[in-house]
Write a protein that binds this ligand. Sequence first.
Ligand code: ATR
Length: 273
Amino acid sequence: TDKYAVIGNPIAHSKSPLIHAAFAEQTNQDISYERILAPLDGFEVTVRDLISKGYKGANVTVPFKFEAFDMVLPSNRALDAGAVNTLRFLGAEIRGDNTDGLGLVRDIKQNFGINIANKRLLLLGAGGAAEGVLHPLLEESPTLLVIANRTLEKASSMQKKVEKKNESRSYFLNAKAFEDLADQQFDIIINATSTGLTDTALPIPNTIFAKGCLAYDMMYGRETPFMKQARESGAQVADGLGMLVEQAAEAFYLWRGVRPETQSVIKKIRNLA
Ligand code: ATR
């Protein structure tokens, strides 16, 4: 049995063990996968301990994704995100990857059947969660991607970082404050702020949801104020459970070389909630 784990703080409510157990059963992989609570000042020690115990890899969740990045040999995806959610332990070497953005893109494209290419995208938030998904979204070639954030400078600095890297890209990237969104409509709106955690509504106008808009909240577990506003404005609403399962599937693939089927697992986890 090859051992894996998810490391976070808090960690008790993580659904990752259920998801990986479902993948393992489906693909006949002999693995174990457990939750590990690392002390806030003890992430690195926790990782070293897992390596010494022969674990093959781990997922990393809040608040350790940036610390993880500093410990690993990063993949290109991890470099783009500046954060790591998947570790592979290869002898003395720790490889770090980030599957969050791909998870979001796969959920939108495969599970919702919505193409991102040629769509107008709005990304709400400019923290770690937003930064983690920005590059994979841009790679889908939307016609427009606006990053809106309470603190405009953070959105602007995300924009500048991308433009520095990819000057020749043809997408149209823009940073705005929430108040400046009034005259625009978007086809896909992604909430990457942490406001769902505190049940806080965002100061966004009801008019930004274009006809047929997909409103995606990266949170899962309950309807957030953003999801409620989107639903009442006529948008199709999604929570982040599909993204969670899709990012896990990519981590599973990195570890095991097998791609699990995800739709049945999303259904299963949703029914357990
Ligand atoms: P995470 O890892 O979840 O991204 P983070 O890096 O602290 O956490 O980022 C939180 C995001 O939620 C930020 O975009 C933050 O906006 P600011 O950059 O202006 O702080 C956003 N956010 C948190 N609380 C908010 C609120 N009450 N209203 C609007 N945006 C909020």
